[in-house]
Design a protein. Structure first.
Length: 322
């Protein structure tokens, strides 16, 4: 849901997606399909004979519909109409579901995840919502068929959770097409249906937070599970010797500051993994770890430690690391 991004960011997004599934590159027996959506790449892999091409038209239609509803980069999207409204707009059942999930996550993360930080993201050079109020997720309310806001210039940006929801819906679509053993990848976020054709879990990589490095770790993704990573990665820049990323810390109204470089979350669905990876990274070095431990979230934290990375695990994620 990123519209027309600069070519370098688009390239790095595709690189990140490739690194996320390194095992696929050397397994010629797998059937694959790939395409673009939301300013990044999607991939699907399955056993020979799965006829994955049957899924492509429906998948592209699904992603186009989600983009038309939830992309803040599009002036004609439903979320842009809400942002431009004075009091709120009608909302589809799907939009209502995602916004409610975002607000619940904001509450459960003590505001570390905040879907109203769009203007702050834009102020730091990463997003399209260049006008709006100070972030206040409590100012958005969800009713059946309608989204409302207390301040006329309050805005919503669902990019921290909507890609995960899109991946979940893609998995539902794959199941509806009779595909029981496939791995879906949307911009480096992954969801496993069934198992690898070799009758083992799908094996994926935890991307190194800095471009040009090999994957930091390998994990096996049990059937039905999802994994998402948030961090500095491609959407960052260096200014006056300091690295700034696109994930905001609402408590200080600026990008996350500290030594935390990425957070990878394992969950039963991609929307949960996507949202909590964003929330834990936004919470920062200490509060993010404390939050993951308090809620028993399966997460892998990578901290910069001199010239190396320090790894901290929570919530039993060690069981899937190899």
């Amino acid at each position: 849901m990123h519209g027309n991004l600069p070519s370098r960011r688009a390239f790095l997004a595709s690189l990140g997606a490739a690194l996320a599934t390194p095992a696929l590159a050397c397994e010629a027996s797998l059937e694959r399909q790939a395409g673009r959506a939301f300013g990044t790449h999607w991939h699907i892999a399955g056993p020979d004979g799965a006829a994955l091409d049957r899924l492509r038209p429906a998948l592209e239609k699904l992603f186009a519909g989600i983009d038309h509803e939830m992309s803040p980069w599009r002036a004609d999207s439903a979320i842009s109409r809400f942002n431009a409204s004075a009091a709120g707009t009608p909302a589809s059942a799907e939009m209502t579901r995602v916004v409610q999930a975002a607000l619940t996550l904001a509450r459960d993360s003590d505001g570390a995840f905040d879907p109203t930080v769009g203007p702050l993201v834009a102020r730091w050079g990463f997003g399209p919502i260049d006008l709006g109020a100070v972030a206040d997720w409590r100012g958005v309310t969800v009713e059946e068929g309608r989204l409302s806001k207390r301040q006329t210039d309050l805005t919503l940006d669902l990019c921290g959770i909507a890609k995960g929801r899109a991946l979940d819906r893609a998995a539902e679509l794959a199941r509806a097409h009779g595909m029981q053993n496939v791995l879906l990848d949307l911009g480096g976020e992954l969801r496993a249906l069934g198992r690898h054709p070799a009758r083992r879990d799908w094996t994926v990589a935890v991307e190194h937070p800095f471009p040009g490095h090999p994957p930091h770790a390998i994990l096996h993704l049990p059937k039905g599970m999802s994994v998402a990573t948030s961090g500095l990665g491609a959407q960052s820049y260096t200014l006056n010797g300091r690295l700034w990323g696109h994930i905001m810390d609402p408590s200080i109204a600026r990008p996350v500051d500290g030594l935390l470089r990425s957070v990878t979350v394992l969950a039963a669905d991609a929307m949960t993994a996507d949202g909590w990876a964003t929330a834990l990274f936004a919470a920062g070095d200490n509060a993010g770890l404390a939050l993951a431990r308090a809620r028993d979230i399966a997460a892998l934290f990578l901290f910069e430690d001199g010239t190396a990375l320090r790894q901290v695990e929570t919530g039993g994620i060690r069981a899937v690391l190899t």
